[in-house]
Design a protein around this ligand. Structure first.
Ligand code: PMP
Length: 453
């Protein structure tokens, strides 16, 4: 018998009345074996609602899925065929831990658009930028370490921070993104407690979920604050090329190559299914990141890397990005027009100039988490604001994503949502509060799922 090994309960074994046993329960006989770090990994209750929300009759404004239909499948298939014909032997083999050399050079060219001029060796190719978030947290954070993130923040990043048992301090945003005063205050409070945050995690451009962008002077201020506090910045930028007016904001990283790790992705400029992203890291960090990447996946998939590399070499990729911008601009317009038409007084929302998301603040006293089952019954889905906070805040807000549905479906979805909010308001006026008889639904706990992030 292996030391420390306890046999798992078999499916038919009797469990105590509570369903719990020292080893586990009927649903999961391995329950007691999990590492402590998995305690934060629980499926949020809204997952089951999203299973319903994926039915065709429901307009889902929940998922941040790119509109792949705007990409020509003939182009993709001829690119793959070309890639296999020319580099098939390499594409089907293991590659290097930090990614394909030529692709890293191409990434350097791309990030040049954001004012970043790295050496190809500073680029680490990852399985989507999600993996870069995981690797960064893995190499910098021990359980109990503190990091700072905007409030609200990207749900997938919060899931990673939770998984590594990191404490997240939220810092408020204003209409220009991360608020510098609030950041200074947070750093001061942490310093008074003897804590130094491992990094500040920010999405300065077309924020998920807030739909806001930091102007250049705000970026500089955030950078200066972090520089003088000696705190690393993680700049997450998957939407940077998707500005509706074609303007490409300069990255924070373009002003500091030592104090900022920049994350990018092909998920929104090519296709999410290719699962290729990257980190541009300071020299000192890149080796640890590569070693962590190797221990996680050995190497990023050569097939995907060479496909995207061939695409960049042979196709007018900037024209494709312009097509994506147009598609998303039209959908953003449909969303904002419909919100103006159907939202009751007291509802406010952001006006994104790029990216996928609108952040809606409901009338005073309303609860977007409690309202979700009623919205899904009315055949419209969104992500409740609480999913974007580590601490249960955000009840009065919801995130709408306009990236996937056609404009007419978006208008219909927002019309249905307006109906639901109006009904809730009527109830609130009749009973004074929605606090009673509210179905217990929580969006806290973890990511709602890959189709939602
Ligand atoms: N960061 C942000 C802010 C995102 O919105 C997403 C995906 N929605 C990611 C990272 C992860 O993207 P991917 O892994 O597909 O590159």
């Amino acid at each position: 018998m292996v030391l420390g090994y306890r046999p798992a309960l078999k499916a038919g074994d009797m469990a105590p009345p509570s369903g719990e046993s020292p080893l586990g329960n009927r649903l999961d006989p391995h329950l007691s074996r999990y590492a402590k770090r998995t305690h934060g990994m629980t499926a949020s209750e809204i997952r089951s609602l999203f299973a319903v929300a994926s039915r065709p009759e429901v307009v889902s404004l929940a998922g941040g899925m790119p509109n792949i239909a705007a990409l020509s499948m003939e182009t993709v298939s001829s690119t793959v065929a070309n890639m296999l014909a020319t580099r098939g032997q390499v594409a089907l083999q293991y590659g290097s831990g930090n990614g394909d050399q030529h692709l890293r050079e191409q990434i350097c060219e791309m990030v040049g658009l954001q004012g970043i001029a790295p050496h190809p060796d500073d680029v680490i190719v990852t399985v989507g930028s999600q993996m870069a978030l995981d690797l960064i947290t893995r190499i910098f954070c021990d359980p109990g370490d503190v990091i700072i993130a905007e409030a609200p923040s990207y749900v997938g990043a919060l899931g990673v921070f939770r998984a590594y048992q990191v404490e997240v301090e939220h810092v408020a945003m204003d209409e220009h993104g991360l608020n510098p005063e609030a950041l200074r205050e947070c750093l001061k409070t942490l310093a008074a407690q003897g804590k130094t945050p491992k990094f500040v995690y920010t999405i300065p451009t077309f924020h998920n979920p807030a739909g806001l962008s930091q102007p250049q002077d705000r970026r500089m201020e955030i950078l200066q604050i972090c520089q003088s506090a000696g705190v690393l910045i993680i700049e997450d930028d998957p939407y940077g090329l998707l500005g509706f007016d074609g303007h490409i904001p300069q990255a924070i990283r373009s002003h500091d190559s030592d104090g900022v790790i920049y994350l990018g992705s092909f998920s929104k400029t090519f296709a999410a299914g290719i699962r290729v992203g990257w980190a541009v890291a300071p020299h000192g960090v890149r080796e640890k990141l590569t070693l962590a990447a190797e221990s996680a996946v050995l190497c990023p998939p050569a097939f995907s890397q060479l496909t995207i590399s061939t695409y960049l070499d042979t196709q007018p990729w900037m024209d494709q990005i312009k097509i994506f911008r147009e598609v998303y601009r039209e959908r953003r317009d449909a969303t904002l027009e419909a919100l103006t038409q159907y939202m009751p007084e007291g509802t406010t929302w952001t006006h994104p100039t790029g990216g996928f998301y609108v952040w809606v603040t409901l009338p005073e006293g309303m609860d977007g988490t409690a309202m979700l089952p009623r919205a899904v019954t009315a055949r419209v889905a969104y992500v409740p604001g609480t999913a974007f906070y580590i601490n249960g805040d955000g009840r009065q807000s919801i995130r709408l994503s306009y990236s996937f549905p056609e404009p007419d479906r978006i208008r219909e979805g927002v019309r249905r949502l307006g109906g639901v909010i109006n009904e809730e308001l009527k109830l609130m006026h009749t009973f004074g509060t929605l606090g009673v008889a509210r179905p217990s639904v929580s969006s806290q706990g973890s990511t709602p799922g890959p189709d939602v992030v």
